[in-house]
Design a protein. Structure first.
Length: 495
């Protein structure tokens, strides 16, 4: 282990875990000038395809982080499902609704991208911003006081422990989170399915890659399997249930399960690149914060893989927390802003957890809810809507800010970056602006997706405040200036 990493001044944030959650958070902090130390117990990035479905809302996050082009190049649409019975094709099966992109929602999904590739793209982006990950380091102790956290870290292969300090710590270390255990935060949950599952990445040159192959149980039988081609690779993700549990899954066990549940002989599986067995649980942490320690991703919520919500919900956690930590650490925002992380993310995570469980049990189909574009922050204490008489279904404060192109300006281009944006739609901008560091402003003509008014868009793409323009413009602006104190103290603005 290179010990130069801990000899500098303390970090602003310690991130434990370099999965999608930890890497998104590290990227978001790095672009804001926040010093983050990212430690990962494994000697390298995760090698498997596990979280392969990237939902549209996550693609919007990747757009903001500047990696969406790599994500789109490295992935692909979900192929048509094909069911098999007795070694014979039994019919096509559409896995997901076929949704076309629109002006306000340009990304559709899920976009299939192996998790190992997602993490490689994010790590490359983090390094481009001057950050990195320290691999082969395990956290064994964590304490906190009023000003900092102190972590005990040790090389995973053995060695002398090192004590490091940071302003805050974030648990991004998965469902068996050490940080969560050390913080004394419990999880409440249930067993979703009594039958264990196996997921593996395999190479089968004889199987066509034009379909997502589904192998339902034979009549009167049990067992289920699927083989999904992973875009721009030689690999299929193999899923089987039930599967043996206990001990390390061997390549021969994977080959045996493929032969058992499908018509494909074991010898046609030329490579088994990665495999893991697990039981299907649903669990939610009782709280997402303990003082200076935050939980994110699987450390805070454990999903069934059905519906592809786990990785995507985790990315949204990191995206919500990143700008708030930076606002407190860099922009003088009140510490109370960090309380809104749990306030906003816990109910959204609970909703996605319930959705995953219902889909797994066949009680709900994959649809609009799985795309996560409809998640909102309307009930958040950071949200204020002062327009009256809005029509049902109208865009309101707390909603995701839609994309679109007006007057030569693409709105996602305007929002991209670590800043707030004040957008005036079909109304002038106020003369006196709210005091927010790095605030961007823009004025556009009428746009149906928004409606007339002023919109303050948060760094994570949600509308924090909305008010009328026109004759009420200056009164609205005064209300907005007062509201902005939640995000940055005027005395520190511009630092």
């Amino acid at each position: 282990m290179n010990q130069q990493w801990y000899q500098e001044d303390r970090s602003d944030v310690l991130i434990v875990g370099a999965g999608p959650t930890g890497l998104v958070l590290a990227c978001d902090l790095a672009r804001r000038g926040v010093r983050a130390l990212v430690v990962e117990r494994s000697p390298e990035l995760f090698r498997g395809s596990r979280g392969k479905g990237v939902q549209p809302r996550t693609l919007e996050v990747f757009d903001d982080l500047g990696v969406v082009e790599e994500v789109l190049r490295g992935g692909g649409r979900a192929p048509m499902g094909m069911t098999w019975q007795g070694g014979v094709r039994a019919g096509e099966y559409r896995m997901f609704e076929d949704v076309e992109p629109t002006e306000d929602a340009p990304y559709t999904g899920p976009w299939l991208l192996p998790q190992w590739r997602t993490q490689r793209i994010l790590l490359d982006r983090l390094r481009a911003w001057g950050g990195d990950v320290v691999f082969g380091v395990e956290l064994t102790g964590l304490t906190q006081d009023a000003e900092s956290v102190t972590a005990t870290l040790i090389p995973a292969g053995g060695g002398s422990p090192v004590s490091v300090r940071a302003g805050y710590a974030v648990a991004a270390d998965g469902g068996r989170s050490t940080v969560r255990r050390l913080a004394g935060i419990k999880m409440t949950g249930e067993r979703v399915d009594p039958a264990p599952m196996l997921v593996a990445d395999v190479v089968i040159p004889t199987l066509d890659r034009g379909n997502w192959h589904i192998f339902p149980p034979a009549e009167g039988g049990t067992g289920f399997a699927a083989l999904c081609p992973l875009p721009h690779t030689r690999e299929f993700q193999f899923v089987a249930q039930p599967a043996p549990v206990g001990g390390e899954v061997t390549a021969e066990e994977v080959r045996s399960l493929v032969a058992k549940f499908t018509h494909i002989p074991a010898e046609e599986i030329t490579e088994v690149l990665w495999a893991s067995d697990f039981t299907v649980n649903a669990a939610l942490a009782d709280r997402f914060r303990d003082g200076r320690v935050f939980l994110a991703g699987d450390a805070a919520h454990i999903h069934s893989p059905a519906g592809g919500q786990g990785l995507n919900t985790s990315v949204q956690d990191a995206y919500n927390l990143g700008w708030k930590l930076a606002a407190v650490l860099r922009d003088g925002a009140p510490e109370a802003l960090l309380d809104t992380y749990e306030e906003e993310r816990l109910p959204n995570a609970a909703a996605m957890l319930g959705l995953s469980t219902r889909i797994h049990r066949g009680q709900e189909r994959r649809g609009a809810a799985t795309r996560q574009l409809g998640l909102d922050q309307r009930d958040s204490s950071l949200t204020r809507e002062i327009r009256a008489g809005l029509a049902e279904g109208a865009l309101t404060a707390g909603d995701r800010a839609p994309d679109g192109k007006r007057d030569g300006l693409r709105l996602f281009d305007l929002y991209r970056g670590p800043h707030f944006t004040l957008l005036a739609v079909d109304t002038p901008l106020p003369e006196q602006l709210p005091t927010l560091p790095g605030l961007r402003t823009a004025r556009t003509g009428a746009y149906e997706a928004y409606g007339r008014g002023l919109y303050l868009v948060r760094p994570d793409g949600y509308i924090a405040w909305a008010g009328p323009g026109g004759d009420a413009l200056e009164a609205s602006a005064a209300d907005l200036r007062a509201w902005a104190s939640r995000f940055a103290q005027p005395a520190r603005a511009g630092v």
